[in-house]
Ligand binder design. Structure first.
Ligand code: OAD
Length: 234
């Protein structure tokens, strides 16, 4: 532990589950309630934009009623107290890391709380609805979509993420099933670079075998425990 300075933390839907936001692949999860190809692909959007915009309007509204849980708060403490490099890479489109107080957060799958204009490429913070086709505040065109990465689209800031992994001494994965690439491959990249790896998840993920250590339990218990343990050993 003594030589650890730089940390990359990857988070997924499991860290927000105890805040009341559905995960994707659990029983009754979002991808059982909705077809991925209908609501999370550019083709689905082209076929039925009303359906897609209404789906994200609902999620955007719901997210704003949720609160960070002890796992988000613990990562925010790590962010505030850790003076080495830290990058919290989240696949989540909610803002619970930021609302808990974390600052070094990168949303690789975008965020519900931005609208993206497909006419001028401008991005605008957005808390309201999009299904009613409001004009883009930048160019006036009624061509806004949620700023979320759909299947078949390129996740954001991959160069910055890989650069952080190359500099890292520790990679920690929290609340993600390891089903979706490229995030699911980060642990292998970390291992091939000789970086220490830790998984904190309700159950063993698909990539669990790649981690040096895997702890199972709820994020609200495991994450504060690990953060306290980690900070107290510095
Ligand atoms: P998943 O729904 O695939 O996985 C959530 C993981 O969190 C599972 O392994 C659960 O066991 C675990 N989990 C559930 N509750 C937990 C809790 N209280 N504490 C700790 N772990 C818990 O969600 P992601 O892995 O985030 O992408 O999904 C990755 C991507 O697939 C998402 O970003 C989204 C989705 O399709 C796009 O939409 C592009």
């Amino acid at each position: 532990m003594a030589e650890i300075r730089n940390i990359v933390v990857l988070t997924g839907a499991g860290i927000s589950a105890e805040s009341g936001i559905d995960t994707f692949r659990s029983e009754g999860g979002l991808w059982e309630q909705h077809k991925v190809e209908d609501v999370a692909t550019p083709e689905g959007f082209a076929r039925d934009p009303d359906l897609v915009l209404r789906f994200y309007d609902m999620r955007r509204e719901a997210i704003q009623t949720k609160q960070p849980n002890p796992a988000h708060e613990a990562l925010a403490r790590l962010d505030q107290q850790w003076d080495g490099d830290l990058l919290i890479v989240t696949q989540n489109v909610d803002d619970l890391h930021e609302r808990a107080g974390a600052r070094r957060v990168l949303h690789m799958h975008g965020t519900h709380l931005n609208a993206w204009c497909t006419a001028c490429d401008g991005k605008t913070p957005w808390t309201g609805t999009l299904a009613d086709r409001p004009p883009c505040p930048g160019c006036g065109t009624r061509a806004l979509r949620p700023d979320v990465v759909w299947f078949g689209e390129m996740p954001y800031e991959m160069e910055r993420i890989y650069a952080a992994i190359r500099r890292a001494h520790l990679f920690v994965s929290i609340g993600t099933s390891g089903a979706v690439y490229p995030a699911a491959g980060f642990v292998r990249d970390a291992r091939s670079l000789g970086i220490d790896t830790l998984e904190l998840n309700l159950e063993r993920s698909q990539g669990s075998g790649w981690f040096r250590e895997s702890r199972q339990g709820k994020a609200s218990a495991l994450v504060p425990e690990w953060v306290e343990e980690f900070l107290s050993r510095r």
